[in-house]
Design a protein around this ligand. Structure first.
Ligand code: ARG
Length: 565
């Protein structure tokens, strides 16, 4: 158990005994400034408010009454009613001793594992993946890793947009051109061209628009020729996606797009009508709920076409009934919040018991604070972003390591470039927009992947110098303040993982890893590792533990490590 978790038990036991009506929150968190203490709680202020008592007196009472774990110093009161705690050297020594023997590095599996579906990435067929897809892909992957690490059963689903209205316009132009072959190498460019052409035509000519609708209807009715074309578009797009996922190290348990639900849609709409959850309105079928919005939620158009919403309703049924999901997490950008509020509300009215969560994120901005675009103003393609990351990382590596062979350079630049992108994408609180700059993301001296990877590489090089290839597990003797701070940080890894998973916010883990890497550098400056025989094994253990925590932490963010820069 982490130090925090141990203290949490004592503090919540006090709360449960004296204030049973308070919620069972995590009451204890690490102090931001260690001069005040190692941990802090605001419980006394909450309890005082709830019972109209003096917060300062309540804090004194908590400090006096709360029974602390063995080896902790007497709690102190600060400010308006905070209570601060310090762990004593002996208890710290015991905790670090337990950590060095813990294969889980302090991560505690959840008591009640759930079956969780994570719906992420989910790009649309016949379009290139662009910069907007990176956050869903990277965040979804990390959440899957974090939740799995805590013991949940995870199904990763790519809910491809492979059945939408775009196919009417695409087929229109493709068939007008005589259904030419789609070359694997430029498939996406070709398909985008056809779509653009079909779109322009349909938007400027009502007759063409009607034709595009007819194309879509023919496809959805199962016309063999159109189905064949559609399959080709899907295959070529899948190839494009596969290459990107491979470079990003992303995998799915199931690639099950919108088209998989096609046959269920009439039944979904009928059931909602029968149950009076939906109603007909001017030939369309809608769901109403004024507490969400004035405008109703459209689930079947007046021409009989089904929508994104209808497919999502069918997908919830499938995931609940077939996959036995306890929870479904959707990772998309902020603009889909209203869609998911409707979706979740309609599902609940339908009787769905599965927990439904929308994990949304902000936009990646360019230096002008507008959504990041390519130089010519078109959406920035993800491949171009990955290639540029690779090239920039290669340039930096070449200046640091002119001796690298071309293969070595290529492999390291790919790892470092993609690691930097992934890290930078997870570093800001996901609910915020963030400004993208190459310099910031690849810097070796900031809160970046290169900085943390560099700390990891240093831990590995000391172990190699000591003739070890994995961490020793010797008792830790804390001789210097830098070691003490490092040990306490190492003991917080489990908390950071738990918080990142619980909040669905990997940035908590980024913040932790950055602190750990920074403290490791301070420790390294102040504490000779190999020179002092009496402390050598203890220090090597701390070095190795730091390396293991950094590697495991990065891996939960989807970032692999390297042994040498
Ligand atoms: N294809 C959608 C898009 O590109 C994202 C799908 C998200 N998942 C879902 N089940 N609605 O915006």
């Amino acid at each position: 158990m982490s130090l925090r978790a141990e203290l949490e038990q004592c503090v919540s036991a006090w709360a449960a005994q004296h204030f049973p009506d308070l919620p069972a929150e995590p009451w204890v968190r690490p102090c931001t400034d260690e001069r005040h203490g190692h941990f802090q709680t605001h419980l006394a202020m909450v309890a005082a408010k709830a019972t109209r008592q003096n917060p300062r007196e309540m804090a004194e009472r908590l400090a006096r009454e709360c029974e602390l774990p063995k080896g902790w110093e007497k709690a102190t009161v600060a400010g308006a009613g905070f209570v601060n705690f310090r762990v004593g050297p002996e208890a710290l020594g015991q905790a670090i001793d337990a950590l060095r023997q813990d294969p889980n590095l302090g991560i505690i599996p959840v008591k009640r594992p759930e079956t969780i579906v994570i719906d992420f990435s989910s790009p649309n067929i016949a379009k290139a993946m662009h910069v907007g897809h990176i956050r869903s892909t990277v965040l979804g992957d990390s959440l899957a890793r974090l939740l799995r690490r805590l013991g949940h059963q995870i199904t990763r689903i790519n809910h491809l947009g492979d059945w939408g209205t775009q196919f009417g316009k695409l087929l229109l132009a493709y068939r007008a051109a005589g259904r030419p072959p789609i070359e694997p190498d430029h498939a996406i460019d070709q398909l985008e061209e056809f779509y653009k052409k079909g779109h322009q035509e349909a938007e400027s000519d009502p007759a063409k628009m009607a034709q595009a609708r007819a194309e879509l209807a023919a496809l959805q009715d199962g016309d063999p020729e159109r189905l064949k074309d559609w399959r080709l578009f899907c295959e070529r797009s899948a190839e494009h996606f596969r290459r990107i996922y491979e470079r990003l190290g992303i995998r799915f348990d199931s690639i099950r797009g919108e088209s998989a639900y096609h046959e269920d849609l009439p039944r979904v709409v009928q059931t909602l009508l029968d149950r009076k959850i939906a109603e007909t309105s001017q030939g369309a079928v809608v769901v109403r709920n004024p507490s969400i919005a004035e405008e109703p939620y459209l689930i079947r158009k007046s021409d009989g076409a089904f929508l994104y919403a209808t497919t999502d309703l069918a997908a919830i049924q499938y995931r609940t009934e077939e996959l036995k999901a306890d929870r479904i997490i959707y990772v998309t950008d902020a603009r889909q919040q209203l869609h998911f509020r409707w979706l979740f509300d309609t599902s609940k009215r339908w009787g769905v018991k599965t927990e439904l969560e929308h994990v949304w994120f902000g936009t990646i901005l360019g230096p002008d604070r507008k959504p990041l675009k390519s130089r010519d103003g078109t959406p920035l393609k993800l491949v171009d972003l990955l290639n540029e990351a690779h090239e920039r990382a290669a340039a930096i590596l070449t200046s640091k390591r002119p001796d690298l062979t071309p293969e070595d350079l290529g492999a390291k630049a790919e790892l470092l470039g993609i690691a930097s992108l992934k890290y930078a994408d997870q570093l800001p609180n996901r609910n915020l927009d963030y400004v993208f700059t190459w310099e910031k993301l690849l810097a070796f001296d900031g809160n970046t992947a290169p900085y943390i990877l560099n700390a990891y590489v240093r831990t590995r090089s000391i172990l190699r110098k000591a003739g070890l290839n994995q961490r020793p597990s010797a008792p830790v003797k804390i001789a210097q303040p830098e070691e003490e701070v490092l040990a306490r940080l190492l003991l917080r890894f489990g908390d950071a993982v738990e918080l990142a998973a619980a909040d669905r916010k990997p940035h908590h883990l980024c913040g932790y890893l950055y602190d750990l890497a920074g403290q490791y550098h301070r420790f390294f400056e102040a504490c000779p590792v190999l020179q002092l025989p009496a402390l050598r094994d203890s220090r090597l253990t701390l070095v190795g533990l730091t390396g293991d925590v950094l590697r495991e932490g990065l891996s939960l963010l989807g970032i692999p490590t390297l042994e040498e820069m």
